[in-house]
Design a protein around this ligand. Structure first.
Ligand SMILES: NC(=[NH2+])NCCC[C@H](N)C(=O)O
Length: 291
């Protein structure tokens, strides 16, 4: 088996990187001083967040053989808990991103340091005028990556990624809608989470038509999130393996639709660590190896 590489959103996760809430948040005082500036919807309760994160991490640890935790680090803030976003791991090595949100610019360096220490090879980085965040990307199959052009990911970032992808995978790009503007985070993965090789949870009303058509053309079963579960992040679902998924509690309609489609659904409470900060289980995790 290859040692690294996650050119899939659904293959069984063998190795993963996370950043624990305590290491990202630091303390209640840190949260109090920055949650507004970061665009969180409400003040995060530190101790409640710890309990939620414990529940989340225990699911991850019981399903993923190797879990690597980013250390606490001066210079990164609460958003660094969303470990998915600063990088990607291809079959040819890791790529670090120049994140579009200014408060998150230092996160990629920290991820790179961890990758170097565990022997993961480096493929390259998005830099200069290029911006990119991994919330704006989803693998449709192991050689096709869909990337959103958003307030966080720009055309120059996509151009650089295409250079790095040459001979390995194809990059399809799609425009992301303005929605509630640049202060709020709207990524490609805000409206899609692949849950099996040919199935995805989607919020179609936000989808670029050509992206939705591409999925249908590929034979995807689209499992729709209803309007009333959009804000509670029913669309953010992590596949631990094909058909075994982890989602945030409080989305019964989407949960039922996933089960009807034959998925096994696990849940964790995400009031503090997900809803308030705008990141769900896909954002909380950076798979390093998927089978
Ligand atoms: N992949 C994601 N959707 N990540 C969510 C990131 C949320 C975080 N508060 C931000 O604005 O960056």
């Amino acid at each position: 088996m290859k040692p690294w590489g996650a050119q899939s959103e659904v293959g069984k996760i063998e190795k993963i990187m996370v950043k624990r809430a305590e290491d990202a948040y630091g303390s209640q005082e840190v949260l109090d001083s920055c949650w507004r500036d970061l665009g969180y919807t409400e003040r995060v309760n530190y101790s409640k967040a710890m309990d939620e994160y414990d529940a989340f991490l225990s699911v991850i640890k019981s399903h993923v053989p190797e879990v690597f935790c980013l250390p606490s680090q001066e210079g990164t803030g609460p958003d660094s808990m969303y470990a998915r976003d600063s990088c990607m791991v291809t079959d040819k090595g890791y790529v670090l991103f120049n994140m579009g949100k200014p408060q998150r610019r230092t996160e990629a360096t920290e991820a790179g340091r961890l990758f170097d220490s565990i022997g993961l090879p480096r493929l390259g980085a998005i830099e200069g005028e290029g911006t990119m965040e991994a919330g704006d990307m989803a693998w449709l199959d192991e050689s096709t990556l869909a990337v959103g052009i958003s307030y966080r990911t720009n055309p120059e970032g996509v151009r650089q990624l295409r250079d790095l992808a040459a001979g390995n995978f194809e990059v399809l790009d799609y425009p992301i809608p303005h929605w509630n503007g640049p202060e709020e985070c709207l990524h490609l993965m805000s409206f899609i989470s692949p849950v099996d090789h040919k199935a995805a949870v989607v919020y179609s009303r936000q989808m670029p038509v050509t992206f939705r058509q591409e999925l249908l053309h590929r034979g995807y079963n689209l499992i729709e999130v209803p309007d009333q579960e959009y804000d509670t992040m029913a669309c953010n679902v992590l596949a631990l393996e094909p058909g075994l998924v982890l989602m945030i509690e409080g989305n019964p309609i989407t949960k039922g639709r996933l089960q009807e489609a034959g998925m096994e659904v696990l849940e964790f409470p995400g009031t503090e660590i997900c809803w308030k900060g705008g990141g769900g289980p896909t954002c909380l995790t950076r798979p390093l190896l998927r089978k």
